[in-house]
Write a protein that binds this ligand. Sequence first.
Ligand code: BTN
Length: 262
Amino acid sequence: PGIAFGLDAPYSVEYHDRVGSTNERARELAGEDAADVAVVANEQTGSRGRLDREWVAPSGGVWLSVLTRPDVPTARAPLFTLAAAVATTDAARQAGVDARIKWPNDVLVGDGTPEESAPASDLGGRGGRKLAGILTEMEGEADRVGWLVVGVGVNANLDPETLPAGATSLSAERGAPVDRRRFAATLLERYAELTASPGALDGVLPAWRERASTLGRRVRVEAADGVVEGTAVDVAEPGALVVDTDEGRRRVHAGDCEHLRG
Ligand code: BTN
């Protein structure tokens, strides 16, 4: 059953019952000069996560990638990833699941603080119960994004037993399957709205803040130039985490974030 047949979306939809990776397929389309396409799959056989991790994507999830060619400077590209996290969170909430965002773009259930016995997850969402992840890929010049592919993987109707440690699914959290077509339509509609124009993009950070579980918490971030530990106080353009540390205030642009106790 194709989740994308009859999918009402503000993009043209290319549906695959099975594909290697929707991000990979969207990149191929970018090479053919396509734009405003959502590649949606029922199952992926070679999907990728952040930091070269593998991403488990069997039938039952919502696996999609949106290809656009936004007319914005490359420095603002991280806002598209944050917008996808907001859109995914809103779609999950509409499905009755209390989703929140862990910086930069993991969608979790609960606050993401590791439970005493919970093992570190190989999904990167340590201890938290991870519902969804986002992988953005792009090409462009400094003054303008060329193409941008935002890939979203949502554990929709999946048994958490079959997922990596630390992961959960919408169906497990709400106790009933979700309508994947409706979920994908809501997600794509919200994403399109949040990224429609430079003015709309200005609304992404405020929306992200409202849905964040990371702000106000003690965090440990493995950033490119070392580990930053402190209290997360804000997220700033274009998506940096602002952390108060013993040595003062730091901005972290990318990295793996862990919520600490206390
Ligand atoms: C993460 O590591 O948290 C990001 C996971 C992103 C997975 C999605 S599934 C749809 C799209 N296609 C891919 O190959 N990856 C992304």
